[in-house]
Design a protein around this ligand. Structure first.
Ligand SMILES: *[C@@H]1O[C@H](CO)[C@@H](O)[C@H](O)[C@H]1NC(C)=O
Ligand SMILES: *[C@@H]1O[C@H](CO)[C@@H](O)[C@H](O)[C@H]1NC(C)=O
Ligand SMILES: *[C@@H]1O[C@H](CO)[C@@H](O)[C@H](O)[C@H]1NC(C)=O
Ligand SMILES: *[C@@H]1O[C@H](CO)[C@@H](O)[C@H](O)[C@H]1NC(C)=O
Ligand SMILES: *[C@@H]1O[C@H](CO)[C@@H](O)[C@H](O)[C@H]1NC(C)=O
Ligand SMILES: *[C@@H]1O[C@H](CO)[C@@H](O)[C@H](O)[C@H]1NC(C)=O
Length: 466
């Protein structure tokens, strides 16, 4: 049985319980944005295979960077937790016995913090190879290969993800790979980068806000009480300590390549509640429940749709007068906030009712673990089926139908209809400058369409090699 058949069986068995969740025995697959990469469950029961009678002649994806080491703030929490544990006198057995000797797994924090981990290297090389093999006709040896990356000033992890992907994709000789790095903090880059929200003064990610706090206050105290009942002595965890255990589970596993002992602390029911906390974090932080904060990837989405409509072989004229044929695959790398904004805009979650803050709903399709993982990926495939063009959306290798448009082969959407839907969303939500309270009436913020996918001579981008 292939993976799709297995996940279909699994999702059928559990469909009646909770649409969005497939039962999984692997706790690292229930950690939302803290999950290492895994192919999402096929919850919509649509094969990832190309539909019969169709071929993919063009594809784009926007991906989060790969698995990484913690940022400084998270690392400091780990260190403080280790100090608290070491200062206590206690006994603990079974799944808890590791606490006696636990310390953070970073071997050289000064150089590791915030950058890609070994697990991330593996994810990104594998990703490059899998895209090369999935679309075998997309690349011609000894021709330029373009990848786009958000500069992300805090750490090199996004640029490094793009480079590692390109190495996997190109193989032994990376001479022809070009990573176009877009500086989203350059004032001229308004709405024309892979992090447009960086140029929006009204953008604010509240991290899930009061709704997440309500949920955490509901479920965490019982977890803390249960955890503390397994420990004898003067070690007493708080809700805040306990809230990072699943985070440690995800990170330690992708850093060391072995399942972290923290993965055995939350039981199945508690993990499901943690997973839902991640859903609330993204839904209200920069997703569908975040006011207009979620609309800020519109200029990138419009640029992607424009490229899909123009087709794989089109040659563009750059702002420096030179011509450029960017090719049939459009790989883009950025951060979780941007990926999450884009997810909210592409039409696959348009029927999702607002997530309640006091219970897990039974009709949930917006599940962060299924697309905003490390290396989480939103893919767009242009299908040609007897001369008609369609588009389908793929989240972490699982096909998601567009809620209002799924009458094409394999529940795809006619490309023209998809372009019309995205254009209509863009018009009704307002342009980037309007949403952000800016006054500039020229450029990508006013047209609502980024140009970096059709012009590789912008002053706020530069090239690095794989
Ligand atoms: C890679 O290809 C380029 C262009 O064909 C060639 O000049 C270069 O020597 C090759 N490098 C390696 C390491 O094979
Ligand atoms: C553990 O801490 C909680 C507050 O976080 C407190 O209510 C409880 O009494 C403490 N238990 C012990 C055994 O110190
Ligand atoms: C983003 O969310 C914050 C609340 O966290 C809100 O004040 C702000 O208006 C939102 N911004 C936009 C552009 O919708
Ligand atoms: C693009 O060009 C390639 C190579 O010439 C060709 O095989 C392919 O059919 C073209 N695709 C379209 C959609 O025109
Ligand atoms: C909490 O959720 C409700 C229901 O979706 C929503 O109306 C409200 O704006 C949310 N609160 C915050 C602070 O996001
Ligand atoms: C308006 O935006 C364009 C394109 O982003 C930029 O070149 C120009 O400098 C901006 N004008 C002002 C006054 O900020």
């Amino acid at each position: 049985m292939d993976r799709n058949t297995i996940t279909t069986l699994v999702s059928c068995l559990f469909l009646t319980a909770r649409i969005g969740y497939a039962a999984t025995a692997d706790p690292t697959q229930q950690l939302g944005g803290n999950s290492p990469w895994f192919p999402g469950p096929n919850i919509n029961d649509i094969s990832y295979d190309v539909p019969d009678g169709c071929s993919v002649d063009m594809a784009a994806f926007v991906s989060r960077h790969g698995s990484r080491y913690p940022d400084t703030g998270a690392y400091n929490q780990w260190v403080a937790l280790a100090e608290k544990i070491q200062a206590a006198q206690f006994t603990a057995t079974g799944d808890y016995s590791f606490l006696q000797t636990w310390k953070p797994v970073l071997s050289n924090p000064a150089v590791q913090i915030a950058d890609i981990s070994i697990g991330g290297y593996k994810e990104l090389y594998d990703m490059g190879v899998s895209y090369r093999w999935r679309y075998p006709d997309f690349y011609t040896e000894n021709t330029p290969f373009s990848v786009f990356a958000n500069q992300y000033p805090n750490a090199p992890r996004v640029i490094n993800s793009a480079r590692l992907f390109a190495r996997g994709y190109l193989g032994p000789n990376t001479t022809y790979g070009d990573i176009y790095v877009l500086k989203s903090t350059d004032p001229k880059s308004i709405a024309n980068s892979l992090a447009p929200s960086d140029s929006c003064p009204l953008y604010s990610d509240n991290g899930g806000g009061a709704n997440l706090t309500t949920w955490n206050d509901l479920y965490l105290p019982a977890v803390t009480k249960r955890v503390n009942s397994h420990i004898h002595g003067n070690l007493n965890f708080t809700d805040s300590d306990v809230s990072i255990f699943p985070y440690l589970c995800g990170f330690e596993t992708q850093i060391t390549g072995r399942q972290s002992p923290w993965c055995n602390i939350f039981n199945e029911d508690e993990l499901e509640k943690y997973e839902y906390a991640q859903d609330l974090r993204y839904y209200y932080g920069s997703g569908p429940g975040s006011g207009k904060n979620y609309t800020l990837m519109q200029p990138v989405l419009n640029a992607i749709v424009q490229r899909l409509v123009n087709g794989p072989n089109k040659t563009y004229v750059n702002s420096n007068g030179e011509s450029w044929t960017p090719g049939p695959l459009i790989p883009m790398f950025t951060n979780d906030g941007q990926l999450n904004q884009l997810a909210a805009e592409i039409g696959v979650f348009d029927q999702q009712k607002p997530l309640p803050r006091t219970k897990i709903p039974d009709d949930q399709i917006f599940v962060a673990s299924h697309y905003v993982t490390m290396r989480g990926t939103i893919g767009f495939e242009r299908l040609t089926c007897s001369n008609k063009k369609f588009v389908r959306i793929v989240l972490n290798d699982a096909v998601y139908p567009v809620a209002s448009c799924q009458n094409g082969p394999g529940k795809s959407c006619p490309l023209e209809s998809y372009a019309a839907l995205i254009n209509q969303k863009s018009k009704s939500q307002g342009s980037f400058v309007q949403i952000c309270g800016l006054t500039n009436t020229t450029g990508a913020g006013a047209t609502n369409t980024a140009t970096f996918l059709v012009d590789n001579a912008l002053s706020w981008e530069y090239v690095v090699k794989p």
